[in-house]
Design a protein around this ligand. Structure first.
Ligand code: PMP
Ligand code: GLN
Length: 379
């Protein structure tokens, strides 16, 4: 069979989590919580199952969940989306990203991708016949050179992919970033996908500014969210896409034949759980404590780092410690000291040698402390 994705191998998340399991390492690689979800949320699933919400959900998602998302979005961002025509429930953010990319990209279209980039974007672009155009951001600050972005835009630019708070760097976009992006797009026929799955995880009182809050961007943006990150249930794979009605029409044409609809009882449970805003409003403090605990735990090491601004990932530089490529080091640390991480070079198109590892701190405190202890001992 001739491969449609010849350059794609097995995703790094699968590689590292499998290795961590095989050797019994503390797994700070793939981004998922090691602690349990709220029992109250689990009870709501049982309630939905017993209420016999066990058949196909409507294609766009169960109405109560779409209404709850509309309400939450209005409360948090002050923006109204119509639950009937502008909100679609998907199988995780991954499906929403795929459907939005497929809806927009025609063969030969150029798509601006800021790298390091989450690993599902580029394969989806390429399967749609699009051409990724990379804007390379470099450590330690990963600053965006907007002049460079302007230079990379052509009449074939069709889509720009934005991820804030950003995986893997933890960078959070500001209002100024949004203004810069909007100025560049102007009135050109360019769409935006905003991957905002970490919308509720920002630190040091830094706000998450959603692309929907910029009126020029809102009109042309698919905003993608996921309950996996927000409610500690990555295995449920329930996400959503908010987009103006004309964009949602095209989005749903793809979604209906990709998955049609997603797990009904989970949607009912989430709809009810969303009625408690404190469940997402408590996340910044909750994760900031974990970030700081992890940073404290590695404070005696020779790793260099800037505290992450958002997401549940902390990047560290090991430049002062060894010359090894990050992929090799991530494998070696998993096997030798029992701490798994993600090498950040894999999120770039071209081979590079930045010497950065990404650690996920969505773990119970004991795991973070034990990992920190092993890392300090190693350095
Ligand atoms: N986008 C980003 C930036 C992510 O980090 C992730 C997963 N952690 C996803 C999308 C996929 O989310 P989901 O698990 O809801 O498909
Ligand atoms: N988004 C998660 C991470 O960055 C992984 C999700 C996945 O394994 N597909 O670690």
């Amino acid at each position: 069979l001739s491969s449609k994705l010849p350059r794609v191998g097995t995703t790094i998340f699968t590689v590292m989590s499998k290795l961590a399991a095989d050797v019994g390492a503390l797994n700070l690689s793939q981004g998922f919580p090691s602690f349990p979800a709220d029992p109250a949320l689990l009870d709501l699933v049982t309630k939905a199952l017993r209420a016999n919400h066990n058949q196909y959900a409507p294609m766009a998602g169960v109405p109560v969940l779409r209404e709850a998302i509309a309400q939450k979005t209005a409360d948090v961002y002050g923006i109204n989306y119509n639950p009937d025509t502008e909100i679609t429930i998907t199988s995780g953010a991954t499906e929403a990203l795929y459907a939005a990319i497929t809806a927009v990209v025609q063969p030969g279209d150029e798509v601006i991708v800021f790298e390091p980039a989450y690993d599902s974007y580029v394969p989806a672009i390429e399967l749609a016949g699009g051409i990724p155009v990379y804007i390379t951001l470099t450590p330690p600050d990963y600053a965006i050179d907007w002049t460079q972005v302007a230079e990379q835009m052509t009449e074939r630019t069709r889509l720009i992919l934005v991820n804030t708070p950003h995986n893997p760097t933890g960078r959070v976009w500001t209002r100024d970033d949004l203004d810069q992006l909007a100025d560049l797009i102007g009135d050109r026929d360019i769409f935006v996908i905003a991957d905002e799955v970490y919308e509720h995880i920002t630190f040091d009182r830094r706000p998450h500014v959603s692309l929907m809050q910029h009126p020029v961007l809102q009109e042309r943006t698919f905003v993608v969210g996921s309950f996996g990150k927000t409610f500690h249930v990555t295995g449920w794979k329930i996400g959503y896409c908010l987009a103006p009605a004309d964009l949602t029409v095209e989005f749903r044409k793809i979604h209906q034949f990709l998955t049609f609809s997603v797990s009904t009882p989970m949607q009912y449970a989430l709809a009810e759980y969303l009625q408690q805003p404190e469940r997402y409003l408590e996340l910044p403090a909750f994760y900031q404590q974990k970030r700081d605990l992890f940073l404290q735990a590695i404070a005696g090491s020779r790793f260099r780092y800037v505290p992450t601004e958002g997401t549940f990932f902390q990047n560290v530089s090991y430049e002062a410690i060894t010359d090894e490529p990050d992929y090799d080091l991530a494998i070696r640390l998993t096997k030798e000291i029992g701490v798994a991480s993600i090498p950040v070079s894999v999120f770039y198109d071209q081979k590079n040698d930045y010497k950065i590892l990404r650690f996920c701190f969505a773990k119970d405190d004991d795991t973070l402390l034990r990992a920190g202890e092993r890392l300090v001992k190693w350095t």
